[in-house]
Design a protein around this ligand. Structure first.
Ligand SMILES: [Cu+2]
Length: 262
């Protein structure tokens, strides 16, 4: 995968248009639920580490949830919304999903390719996020069979700040070695009712993107320095490299929640 990963990584840095990278968000505010209820999900294409500009999403190709091995399509329930970023507005997608039973809910999004005009190329970030109800784990560690995906090796809704998070990157179900993965922290607040990021950043963004790389088994590990929402984007790991006659970077994104033990 090295020969694929290096140009894709360089491309992604060049594409971002800011010091930090774009990340496809698949956000829900509370990833460990005690009681049944409607859970807001928000799909936003953004630059979370520096709370940069937000980008228009096209209509998603697929959105589904897997619960106890059963896949449910959610794309029909999505509503386009106007998302307010710190600097601009863009089209995002929203839905409220009813959680009733105990267990792990794994959400997966295949967005439509995003055209980055400045680079004359497309980006498609295939994204997963997790929530649990009732403290009963039921399958967070299983792959979903996506074209490319990160399979968590630590419980993704309960990562420990000061500990580590590891994931295994798969491309068409096989470990993807030597791929660069960018790491970001959700550096602002989210108002899911208003469909808006906060105006402020919560900390100074690091001067350049945080980067790790998968080993021979496709595994990466990151020491998680603080609580909050962390995203990992492994770049160009998907099997499709071209869309509409142009270059496509098909990336795998995962979101995890880190808590402090205190
Ligand atoms: Cu961008």
């Amino acid at each position: 995968m090295t020969s694929v990963a290096v140009p894709a990584a360089l491309l992604a840095v060049a594409l971002s248009g800011s010091a930090q990278a774009h990340f496809q968000l698949l956000y829900t505010p509370n990833t460990m639920l005690d009681t049944p209820g409607d859970v807001p999900l928000r799909l936003v294409f953004a630059h979370p580490m520096d709370n940069g500009h937000v980008m228009d999403m096209g209509e998603p190709v697929e959105l589904f949830v897997v619960f106890r091995g059963e896949k449910t399509d959610l794309a029909d329930a999505l509503e386009p919304v106007s998302w307010t970023g710190a600097h601009n507005q863009a089209t995002a997608y929203a839905l409220d999903y009813r959680v009733t039973r105990n267990g792990d809910y794994v959400f997966a999004l295949i967005p439509s390719p995003y055209f980055e005009a400045s680079e004359d190329a497309y980006i498609q970030q295939i994204t997963k996020t997790y929530l649990n109800k009732g403290a009963m784990p039921t399958g967070w560690d299983e792959p979903l069979g996506l074209p490319t995906e990160i399979v968590p090796l630590n419980k993704p809704y309960q990562i420990l700040a000061g500990g580590t998070f590891s994931g295994q990157l798969l491309s068409e179900g096989e470990p993807a070695a030597g791929v660069e993965c960018e790491v970001e922290w959700l550096n602002t607040t989210i108002d899911v009712a208003a469909n808006a990021f906060g105006a402020e950043t919560r900390m100074a963004a690091p001067p350049t993107p945080i980067v790790t790389r998968t080993d021979a088994n496709g595994v990466f590990t990151f020491g998680v320095p603080k609580p909050g929402v962390w995203g990992f984007a492994c770049l160009g790991s998907g099997p499709v490299t071209e869309f509409d006659g142009k270059e496509l970077s098909q990336d795998a994104v995962i979101w995890v929640n880190a808590i402090a033990l205190e």
